[in-house]
Design a binder for this molecule. Sequence first.
Ligand SMILES: [Zn+2]
Length: 252
Amino acid sequence: MNITQIRNATLRVQFGGVEFLIDPFLAAKGAYPSFPNTPNADKHNPLVELPVAAEEVVRADVTIVTHLHLDHYDDVAKRLLPKQMRLLAQSEQDAASMRADGFEQVDVIGDSTYVGDVRIQRTSGQHGTGEIGQRMGKVSGIVLTHPRERTLYIAGDTIWCTDVEAAIEQYQPKVIVVNGGAAQFLQGDPILMGKDDIYRTHQEAPDALVIVSHMEAVNHCLLTRTELRNFLQEKGLTSSIYVPEDGESLSF
Ligand SMILES: [Zn+2]
């Protein structure tokens, strides 16, 4: 497999001979206002440009959208993705919304969803705690498996929770992508993983490589790559947890 960190949660993944695009958020730097009721409200999203042209990012076989928040599926993605491309959604509700955007081949990830020989399974998550987590709505992760590939688990927009623990136990992934950044509102707990959640993920899967995505691209993400890397250095975890730059590719 090959995983390219594009920007925010947007990834390109070559797996079992298939080119996947995950969570396309493709607008130019500063195209959208900050998220409401968040820190750094003077900063517009996305905070940085894409490392490659958006037109290039959308050249994939299949696109998977873990949930419909703007920083995972935006207007530029809706415009640039070919309307005939196969899209995979977490729920019938999300799929209906994507069909309303003009996409003609939208499937809900189910018990036997395959693209070629790659099996795609949906996992659950919690996009925050308590009332905020409820308000964030349903979110999902995905697990990709193929006879000749190591198992890949992309946890999606979730904090560390029993859903993540259960997914690691069930699928025994060798590569795990988590969304770090510790995004938060002015009140309440983070809605994405922070340092301790990422560390916890590693403890649950000590033999897996944990890759941290969703960093330094939207205004309410407060954990920086530098702070996280310093933490990993202190803990001696730099060979188990990796924080790629935008545009960086990793092969396994
Ligand atoms: Zn997000």
